[in-house]
Design a protein around this ligand. Structure first.
Ligand SMILES: Nc1ncnc2c1ncn2[C@@H]1O[C@H](COP(=O)(O)OP(=O)(O)OP(=O)(O)O)[C@@H](O)[C@H]1O
Ligand SMILES: [Mg+2]
Length: 262
């Protein structure tokens, strides 16, 4: 049975004026309290997803629900196989749930066609994966610009933005390096810059430090959290690392197919 449609309200105002972390409010509320009281930028209700394994079905998600406020960071942990990547794929509209609904800002995406979703996704979401997925034949700057090429022309303003993002993630000296000429941590920084290129409202990151050593992973998480905050993007961070989850505004655990606050 389908669940009721979630209340997805217009977020234009809150995204144009995202609350700053250092802001203090006279009525005793923190900037984060104010963020959370805004309409959600990402919302999922009662998500169900099963996979067939031989002659039986494995129920991976059994009513998972998630609400993310504009600019908020949410860390999701869960055992291997608990369904974290499955959940992110649904949130990104890359796969369809059997039940439940997903909303991106004020738009319900459930039921939209693959083609209708593709353009919206490129504007609304940035994604960062464990394996980076950079294009090996083109340099760091061109990889960042690739996100923008999917939406149309790339001109001076776009090149400037890509360059500025690479500088921000600490790669000013590496803009013309091919991925094969970059370390793992540097590749992931390029992927973060690419994810932010189209000024997304949400970044979904699936174990972004999974291939990195501890020190490099810590630095990449700091860059990811810092850049998302500066650009007003909400972050959903899937991680096995409790310290990385602890750096997020809110922490959730995916267990038995549902998300719980921890
Ligand atoms: N396309 C598929 N077909 C069949 N089973 C699948 C498929 N994708 C995922 N599964 C199964 O669904 C379960 C959840 O997988 P998922 O990749 O979402 O887990 P995860 O929490 O991301 O794990 P990890 O931490 O290891 O990345 C697993 O048991 C997996 O084997
Ligand atoms: Mg996974």
């Amino acid at each position: 049975m389908n669940s009721p449609r979630p209340p997805l309200l217009n977020l234009e105002r809150s995204m144009k004026h995202p609350p700053q972390p250092s802001e203090a409010f006279g009525d005793g509320r923190s900037a984060l309290d104010v963020q959370r009281s805004a309409a959600p930028v990402l919302q999922a209700t009662a998500l169900r997803k099963s996979y067939r394994s031989g002659d039986r079905m494995i129920e991976v998600l059994r009513g998972a629900a998630l609400t993310v406020a504009p600019g908020e960071s949410v860390g999701i942990r869960g055992e291997s196989g608990s369904g974290k990547t499955t959940l992110l794929n649904l949130l990104a509209g890359l796969d369809a749930s059997e039940d439940g609904e997903i909303g991106w800002a004020d738009a319900r995406i459930t039921g939209l066609s693959h083609n209708a979703l593709a353009g919206r996704r490129a504007r609304f979401l940035g994604m960062v994966f464990q394996a980076y997925y950079l294009i090996p034949e083109i340099d760091a700057l061109a990889n960042v610009l690739m996100a923008r090429r999917m939406l149309g022309l790339v001109d001076t303003a776009e090149r400037d933005r890509a360059w500025t993002l690479l500088v921000r993630v600490g790669l000013a000296e590496r803009t013309h390096h091919l991925p094969s000429q970059l370390s793992g941590g540097e590749c992931q920084r390029v992927a973060i810059a690419r994810a932010l290129m189209n000024q997304p409202r949400v970044i979904l990151a699936d174990e972004p430090t999974g291939n990195l050593d501890e020190h490099t992973g810590d630095a990449v998480i700091d860059v990811l959290l810092g850049t998302c905050a500066e650009h007003g993007a909400a972050l959903v961070l899937v991680t096995h690392n409790p310290q990385h989850a602890a750096k997020c505004d809110r922490r959730l655990l995916l267990h038995d197919g549902v998300l719980k606050e921890v």
